[in-house]
Design a protein around this ligand. Structure first.
Ligand code: CU1
Ligand code: CU1
Length: 388
């Protein structure tokens, strides 16, 4: 089934839930950018070693990958960075990893789309090693979900001496200076090859998926610790204090990039609220009362009324639903498509009114089909649940 892309706000999504065509589209977009701006990112990262092993590690990389995303959007206005949640790779089926030939390519040298013959030449490396290289798992394991949870419990954001020895420090724990799993550094080392040379590691396009995930984890930590703000504001290493401007473009200040929502993007794990007018919901999306989704063709509508009633209709006539969820008693709530695959309707008091009961089928999407059904599609683009 083919559906048009909905005009959602800028949501970065888990690469594991991307459909085949979307994976190829993103990979080809990055390959295309190699002809114009991509190498600037490799060179800039290689030069700016001062943003590693210090407090600005997280804000600098946030701005760095944000700028690449902005540049990609000049080529394709719907593009957003996917993120790679490497903790899933240890507990999920293989096709959910980034290492497919239509996406990031595989293990070894010169695989998939990012090959020398297609123009993917690595820079700032040994002259004989211009082909993209990987060596999975040679020196370390990927971090586990428990290790990320332990990291999220660390406070404060950072502390004196503001380097790779600082402890306790959320930034240093996530970056990999301390802690049993050395999270960010361990992923570079696990991928191996070009990713293992941290400074020139944007040679591997998975760099940006990895750093989107690091950035996502920082965002989760910020939400979980609302009283912990960026430090240092003064007295830290040059370039790492809150008012300092981030190189190389000299704007913005660190304090300008500490709120991802103000920058205009979120992750699917932020449970983004989606606007009216789309035809579907992706994993993590939330529909709120007053929102209507439409079938791509055929005029069918899923209407979430302001009073919280959820119904499927043929056209604008609201008198006879094709299907309706159980009636709301306590007031309007929200409709949530969980990444784990289930569609749940809640009332104002978070009482569950309705569920599709399709849990543990990660990555399902909801569409209003042109045949007048509300249907959940799995990763293989098959309908696995529908009403009426
Ligand atoms: Cu870096
Ligand atoms: Cu990195």
């Amino acid at each position: 089934m083919t559906q048009p892309e909905a005009a959602f706000p800028r949501v970065r999504r888990n690469q594991a839930w991307m459909w085949r065509a979307e994976r190829l589209k993103y990979a080809e977009l990055v390959l295309e950018s190699k002809d114009s701006f991509y190498d600037w990112y490799i060179d800039t990262h290689t030069q700016l070693h001062q943003y590693h092993g210090g407090p600005a590690f997280l804000p600098w990389h946030r701005q760095f990958i944000f700028e690449l995303e902005e540049d990609l959007r000049t080529l394709d206005s719907s593009a957003t960075l996917p993120y790679w949640d490497w903790t899933l790779d240890r507990r999920m089926a293989g096709f959910l990893t980034p290492w497919t030939l239509n996406f990031m390519g595989g293990n070894g040298t010169d695989t998939g789309i990012f090959t020398v013959s297609d123009g993917w030449l690595c820079r700032n490396v040994n002259i004989n090693e211009t082909a993209l290289r990987r060596q999975f798992g040679a020196v370390t394991d990927l971090p586990t979900g428990q290790q990320v949870d332990d990291c999220l419990g660390q406070t404060p954001y950072d502390r004196d001496p503001w380097d790779s020895e600082a402890e306790p420090s959320f930034r240093n724990y996530l970056e990999g200076g301390i802690g049993p799993s050395r999270i960010h550094n361990a992923v570079h080392n696990w991928v191996g090859g070009n990713m293992r040379d941290v400074l020139s590691s944007p040679n591997d396009p998975v760099f940006f998926l990895h750093h989107a995930n690091i950035d996502r984890i920082w965002g989760i930590w910020q939400d979980q610790h609302p009283t912990q703000s960026y430090v240092p504001q003064t007295g830290g290493p040059a370039g790492h204090n809150g008012p300092d401007k981030l190189l190389p473009r000299g704007k913005p200040a660190i304090n300008d990039v500490t709120d991802r929502r103000k920058m205009g993007y979120v992750y699917d794990t932020d449970y983004p609220t989606i606007p009216s007018g789309g035809s579907g919901m992706l994993p993590g999306d939330v529909l709120v009362p007053g929102t209507t989704l439409y079938s791509a063709i055929g005029g069918y509508q899923l209407d979430f009324q302001a009073n919280g009633q959820l119904g499927l209709y043929n056209g604008n006539d609201r008198s006879t639903p094709i299907w309706a969820a159980p009636r709301v008693v306590n007031g309007p709530g929200r409709l949530v498509l969980e990444p784990s695959g289930t569609l749940d309707l809640y009332d104002k008091n978070k009482v569950k009114l309705f569920t599709s009961g399709t849990s543990n089928m990660w990555g399902n999407r909801l569409y209003v089909t042109y045949e007048g059904e509300l249907a959940l599609f799995n990763m293989l683009e098959q309908i696995i649940w529908s009403v009426p």
